[in-house]
Ligand binder design. Structure first.
Ligand SMILES: NC(=O)c1ccc[n+]([C@@H]2O[C@H](COP(=O)([O-])OP(=O)(O)OC[C@H]3O[C@@H](n4cnc5c(N)ncnc54)[C@H](OP(=O)(O)O)[C@@H]3O)[C@@H](O)[C@H]2O)c1
Length: 334
């Protein structure tokens, strides 16, 4: 049994995704790492319960999260059944299809065959009737956009998803996809790109396109998979994502140059009375076009730390200039 805290809506803030009516918390939790069969479900359960108690209503999955692929959705289904599912109407659950999930020609990309089979599998694994947001995980150049968008629309019309999202699409692809979806009166309400202090490719064009189309934006890997925290300043500790063979944070991403920047950013965060994780999240969300940041965590301490970003103070110009100088990666200037 799980009884959620009665204070769960006291600290968190919520924001509408684009021009839709759907409110998302300013902090959302993803299950890409730490929720598969190689992880302990006990830890996963505690993380999800705690997240919900903090007002985090949005949990993000994909068909292939694990490892093995599918196991994060299966574990999530078990955790829902263990008690969290009693709050289903307070949860925004998303999943995706579009990366390799099963053998053969239909287990990947953006065909109608892949998308419809995949959502059916996801619903079975999570033991739920519908997801709140269904995403196409990445564009597919070899499938007509009309087919991919048509399948997404049908998934909504069949009641298997309430809203549609797109992930990793380029600005022009979004414009074309949005045109098709609008013709069916089933809009795309959210886009999920990678965005952090270290990965800023969406700044020059994509954010503006989303704003013009009225589509919200949820940034994934806002902590650059953990590098934009103080956790790698003392090297790669065992148990961290970079230490795991199946972790997507490859040790070669932890360069001397990035670590030097992390050290300097950490000093500014401390001067602001924040942890570096909190400052990195606040920095992403300083752009009004962002709806939410989508983090991952392996411990309750990390979750509490990240949630603390919400009450952090806004940046002043001097701080922003100092940060720009350290990052030295402004896509508008380079
Ligand atoms: N659409 C897509 O193509 C796509 C791609 C990737 C991710 N995503 C989504 O985005 C979500 C988040 O991605 P992500 O996990 O890479 O996000 P992230 O927040 O950048 O990195 C998460 C990792 O950072 C570390 N961490 C988090 N908070 C910390 C803190 N306060 N102090 C120290 N370390 C901290 C933890 O590492 P340790 O585990 O090492 O402790 C954690 O696992 C995913 O779960 C998924 O839902 C989507």
């Amino acid at each position: 049994m799980f009884f959620a805290s009665e204070k769960r809506y006291e600290q968190m803030l919520y924001k509408r995704s684009g021009k839709s009516g759907l409110n998302l918390p300013l902090l959302s939790l993803g299950l890409w790492h730490n929720f598969g069969y190689l992880d302990t479900i006990y830890n996963g359960k505690n993380l999800l319960y705690k997240a919900f108690d903090l007002g985090i209503t949005h949990f993000d999955l994909a068909n292939n999260y694990g490892p093995p692929p599918g196991s994060a959705e299966e574990n999530f289904g078990k955790i829902l059944q263990s008690g969290l599912g009693a709050y289903r109407d307070e949860l925004v659950i998303s999943t995706k299809a579009g990366y390799l999930m099963w053998e053969g020609p239909y287990g990947n990309w953006g065909s109608r065959k892949h998308l419809i089979s995949s959502i059916d599998q996801s619903l079975k694994r999570m033991k739920i009737d519908y997801v709140d947001i269904f995403y196409h995980h990445r564009p597919d150049a070899d499938t007509p956009l009309e087919e991919t968008m048509g399948a997404l629309v049908d998934i909504v019309k069949q009641g298997k998803a309430l809203y549609l999202g797109l992930s990793n699409y380029k600005p022009q692809q979004l414009i074309e996809a949005n045109e098709i979806l609008k013709s069916y009166n089933v809009p795309c309400i959210i886009h999920q790109p990678k965005y952090s202090m270290f990965e800023r490719s969406i700044e020059p064009e994509l954010l503006e396109t989303l704003d013009q189309l009225g589509i919200g934006c949820i940034a994934f890997s806002p902590l650059f998979q953990g590098l934009l925290t103080n956790k790698y300043l003392g090297g790669i500790e065992s148990g961290s994502r970079a230490s795991k063979a199946h972790g997507f944070l490859k040790p070669e991403y932890i360069t001397e140059d990035r670590l030097e920047k992390v050290k300097q950013l950490n000093k500014i965060a401390l001067q602001r009375g924040q942890s570096l994780a909190q400052m990195a999240l606040k920095w992403v969300m300083k752009d009004a076009r962002l709806t939410s940041v989508l983090i991952g965590v392996s411990t309750i301490e990390q979750l509490n730390d990240c949630a603390g970003y919400i009450s952090g103070k806004d940046f002043d110009n001097e701080e922003l200039e100092k940060i720009e100088k350290i990052l030295n990666n402004n896509p508008k200037q380079n």
